[in-house]
Design a protein around this ligand. Structure first.
Ligand SMILES: [Zn+2]
Length: 245
């Protein structure tokens, strides 16, 4: 059963001229990053209001101290796992056009992917709320909070999507265009609970793509959308696919 599913997926990938990968929190779990949702998720431990745009502006110091703990003390040390690395190698071999990710952890780029649409932004990039200046998080002195802009001293926020903020325009448009062009869409580690990101695989399917899902358990995609469900951890399944490609 499992071997048959793998062979079906390999055939689809071999015949596809345009494969995309749509990834969610599940792909980074093996790098030690817990998901935001669910009983062991980050929001079970922290109050998510620090990522509410209005709350952040009203309470920048308090918000930043929680943000620092979650995203920079914690995520800052995470390394890409085999799942990220297989996707990086597939891109280099011409087997993958792009990654569309809901994650903000920068691990796809660290794992070797160069075309990455960041649906929810990237925690490793900072943006000034006053002058729009961008700079890398490694240039930030996290001892001094809130983080302020080196150019204008305005309040700085991490360049990922807060509650109450819209999806970055370029990533949104680029993702949907890639989905429309795709012949195969890999769904990896996403349960399809977060809109509008979850639209991406639906858009791919609507345009005729074969949907290959890699998730340890069924998701919102599994019944109505998925053509081939490869059950298992992202790294294990992707390594098995790579071996057969
Ligand atoms: Zn500034």
């Amino acid at each position: 059963m499992r071997e048959q599913q793998l062979e079906k997926a390999v055939n689809a990938l071999r015949n596809s001229k345009y494969t995309i990968a749509f990834t969610g929190a599940g792909i980074s779990v093996e790098s030690g990053i817990p998901p935001f949702r669910g009983e062991n998720g980050i929001w079970a431990k922290y109050d998510s209001q620090v990522l509410d745009l209005d709350y952040f502006h009203e309470n920048p110091k308090e918000s930043w101290s929680v943000i620092r703990e979650i995203f920079y003390d914690y995520f800052g040390v995470a390394q890409p796992n085999d799942a990220h690395k297989v996707l990086g190698r597939m891109e280099q071999q011409g087997l993958l056009k792009c990654v569309i990710t809901q994650n903000i952890d920068n691990l796809h780029q660290a794992g070797g992917s160069s075309v990455v649409y960041e649906f929810h932004g990237n925690s490793q990039r900072m943006v000034c709320t006053q002058c729009g200046h961008y700079f890398p998080s490694q240039d930030v002195n996290f001892q001094k909070l809130p983080v302020t802009c080196p150019k204008c001293s305005g309040l700085v926020k991490p360049d990922f999507t807060f509650f109450g903020e819209s999806i970055p325009t370029e990533a949104y448009a680029g993702s949907l265009e890639a989905a429309r062009n795709s012949e195969v869409c890999l769904i990896i580690g996403s349960l399809g609970e977060v809109m509008p990101a979850a639209m991406v695989p639906w858009e791919a399917k609507r345009n005729g793509a074969t949907i290959i899902e890699i998730n340890p358990k069924p998701s919102n995609f599994t019944g109505p959308l998925t053509d081939i469900h490869l059950v298992g951890k992202a790294s294990e399944v992707l390594l098995a696919l790579e071996q057969r490609l």
